[in-house]
Each structure stands twice: as structure tokens, then as C-alpha cells.
Design a protein around this ligand. Sequence first.
Ligand code: DGI
Ligand code: FE
Ligand code: FE
Ligand code: FE
Length: 191
Amino acid sequence: MTREEILQQLRSQVKASRYKHCLGVEKAARELAVRFGYENPEVAALAGLLHDYAKEQPQAEYLRLIDMYGLDEALKDWGNNVLHGLVGWLKIKEDFPFIAQEHPEILQAIKTHTVGSSTMSMLDKIVYVADYIEENRTFEGVDEARKIAQRSLDAAVAFETVRTVEFLAKKRVPIYPQTIETYNAYVNALT
Ligand code: DGI
Ligand code: FE
Ligand code: FE
Ligand code: FE
């Protein structure tokens, strides 16, 4: 697939504001990859570009993927915020077969881009952080996150995870267990 074909496919699946966010994450991921010496910045950029490809799928599509690929039934109790990565990566695998063949690490990074994990690869961290600090983000605290991401990828993961857990607890919404595992694994990296 050419870049133009990838962009067209992405644009057909998400609204304009999310498309713009995806282009921002593509750029931020490429920059983080160069800054922290990730071996293939263009792989990081492609992971960033496609990370939210499945964000606007109906719940029925996540249910189809969970059944089709035999994922944990307990996932069905969660909504699109949690599922667009944890389940949505399978849609990316279906719609962009060259990625699974050439760069399966991209699918792994997209899978964990929302909830993280206790064992994140450098690419996982790059996409997780790029999603949070890309140039179109305007929330309170984003400048501090960008500043931390100038010096340490692990500290940026920690900062983002602490802020996300605080945000979710303040809203009184359920926190996915893997999000708490990420918190426990990285909270001490925030120094
Ligand atoms: O898809 P984006 O909006 O670009 O960002 P994201 O994929 O990092 O997060 C999407 C939303 O999911 C965001 O509002 C925070 C929320 N979220 C993250 N972790 C959890 C969560 N929501 C619940 N309920 N539980 C979580 O553990
Ligand atoms: Fe997302
Ligand atoms: Fe995120
Ligand atoms: Fe995103």
C-alpha cells in the first residue's frame, strides 16, 4: 500500500478531527523515535498514524472481533475507550495485512496504546506517549508532559499514566486492570 492509500483508508474510518489527531501522533512518534534512538522512526510513525484507526467502530464490531479471534469474554463489558486498542488492533491486522507480515510490532504498540502494560517495548512507549503529547492536544498538563518527554520516555509514560488514573478516578469510571498494572510498573519512574 502507498502512503496515499493508507491515508485514504484511515480517512474513510474516522472523523476529520480524529484524522488530524492521527497525523499529529504520526509526527510526534517519529520525533520521539529519533530523540530516543528507536531503530526505525518510520515504523514508529506508521504505528502513530494508525493507532486510532478502530476508535469509531460500533460495539458490534468489537464483539465480532472478540468472538472471531477467541479473546477473553470479559472484554465485552468494556466500551470503545478501552477496546479500540485492545481489540481494534485486530481490525488493523485485517485491513492492512502488510503490517502483520512486515512489522507485527506495530500491532503490539497499537494494542497497548490506551492502557499500556507492565512490559512495554520502546515502540509501545513511543506510541503511548505520542498519543498524549501530539501538537493538537490542549488539555491541562500537556505542556508538562511534553517537557518530560524531552528527557525521559519512561518518565513520560509514568506521568501520563498517573494523570490518566487520576482523571478516571475523578470521573468515577471503572479502570481497566491493565491500566493499574501499568501504573504500578511505572509510577516510580516519575523522578
Ligand atoms: O483514543 P484517544 O482519545 O486518542 O486516547 P486513548 O486511546 O489514550 O484513550 C481514550 C480514552 O480512554 C481516554 O479518555 C482515557 C480512557 N481510558 C484510558 N484508560 C482507561 C480509560 N477508560 C477506562 N474506562 N478505563 C481505563 O483503564
Ligand atoms: Fe486511542
Ligand atoms: Fe493514550
Ligand atoms: Fe489517540
